[in-house]
Design a binder for this molecule. Structure first.
Ligand SMILES: *Cc1c(COP(=O)(O)O)cnc(C)c1O
Length: 393
């Protein structure tokens, strides 16, 4: 099956002979499960027989969703977690268990991920270095100098939408025994499947494109065969699992994910082209525009004609109060934190996603105070353009 068919079928409708099969996987709101003999539960606890015993370990609703995401990502196995951040924490922990406690991370990485490295992992003895992941020479030099146990990057960076060469970085990681973890939240599996490009673990904020309706906070850890058991083993101990209700919502959302991503990608091209011709717009950052620095990488790694549905733009000469005015004028576009939803959303990195980065460092990263980030939704393109035009006027 291809992605469109997997999205609606995988994980659902396990037939049991002689019994009615529900067309949608039910919400198993049960903490534990029992059997008609103690021998059976003994075998389940011993992993000699597949079955459910306790929902911190495993739950049928979670299992259905995890099977679905495993298929979409081309992974060996998936763990559904309580948030994208808990997915990153468990992926990093599993990868570092038997490796040198040094993380080489992309410098343009989600703010909370930087905090996770600096405020959670560092106090336990893990060190880290930040590098420009799009500069392969710099990555090679950092690998040689630091001998990292883990390399951590995002498939599309936030908010300037840079795209690193995952396949080449995977080769470099494998040559030194490092684990490559890719946060694939921004690209999502219709555009890119990191494990097929050589990464060991792919992580998602399920909150974003996959669930897609702004009603779930969740995460996924999609691992290769070498790491999946470590991830699940850790989860059995400290339990950052997604609840069965959120698993149900997420699975319901994923059924239309391929349709949504198709429309969002198409709309994003229209929005990027329109804004790049707009007299009030100084610059548009979008991998589909001819001036994007990673256009060649995008063409190599993404399906033809797809560039993702995230873009950023600078409003010419705008200062903070002008940016606030632009946001306050938006009528349809939602000025809320998050991305990947059915509705178009706009965010001001300076006060939201990149608030904790000192202004000088933001400037060094090329994130200027007149930058606006947009997650393009599935509305009619003309309505999105009209809303931006009236807010920019
Ligand atoms: C949102 C996001 C996260 C964190 O996910 P939560 O579900 O909010 O915990 C991690 N990485 C990226 C790239 C994100 O956009």
């Amino acid at each position: 099956m291809n992605l469109n068919s997997k999205a609606v079928h995988t994980g659902d409708r396990k037939r049991v002979p002689g019994q009615a099969t529900p067309v949608a996987t039910p919400i198993y709101a049960s903490a534990s499960f029992f059997y008609d003999s103690m021998e059976s539960i003994d075998k389940v606890f011993a992993h000699e027989m597949h079955g459910y015993a306790y929902s911190r370990y495993d739950n049928p609703t979670n299992a259905a969703l995890e099977e679905l995401v495993t298929a979409l990502e081309g992974a060996h196995g998936t763990l559904a977690t309580a948030s994208g951040m808990s997915a990153l924490q468990i992926a990093l922990t599993a990868a570092l268990v038997d490796r040198k406690k040094h993380v080489l991370a992309a410098n343009a990485i989600y703010g909370a991920t930087v905090k996770l490295l600096q405020q959670v992992f560092e106090p336990f003895g893990t060190t880290n270095t930040l590098v420009d992941i799009c500069d392969l020479d710099a990555v090679a030099a950092a690998i040689a100098a630091e001998k990292p146990g883990v390399i951590l990057m995002e498939s599309i960076s936030n908010p300037l939408l840079r795209i690193g060469q995952i396949d080449k970085i995977a080769e470099m990681a494998r040559a030194v025994g490092a684990c490559l973890i890719v946060d694939n939240t921004f690209a999502s599996p219709a555009l890119l499947r990191p494990l097929e490009l050589g990464a060991h673990i792919s992580v998602h904020s399920a909150t974003k494109y996959l669930s897609g309706h702004g009603d779930v906070v969740g995460g996924f850890v999609c691992s290769d065969a070498a790491h999946h058991e470590a991830v699940r083993g850790l989860s059995r101990i400290y339990g950052p699992i997604l609840g069965p209700f959120e698993c149900f919502l997420s699975m319901r959302g994923i059924k239309t994910y391929p349709l949504r991503i198709e429309r969002q990608n198409q709309n994003a091209i229209g929005v990027a082209q329109h804004l790049s011709r707009h007299p009030k717009v100084a610059k548009v950052y979008f991998p589909g525009l001819p001036d994007h620095p990673d256009r060649a990488t995008t063409a190599r790694l993404f399906p033809a004609g797809k560039f993702g549905a995230m873009l950023s733009f600078e409003i010419a000469g705008a200062e903070k109060q002008d940016i606030f005015q632009f946001f306050d004028r938006l009528k349809m576009v939602v000025p809320a934190t998050s991305l990947g939803d059915v509705h178009t959303m706009a965010l001001y990195p300076d006060i939201a996603s990149h608030r904790d980065i000192p202004p000088k460092q933001r400037a060094r990263l090329g994130i200027h105070p007149n930058l606006v980030r947009v997650s393009v939704g599935i509305e009619d393109l003309a309505d999105i353009l009209a809303d931006f035009d009236q807010a920019l006027a």
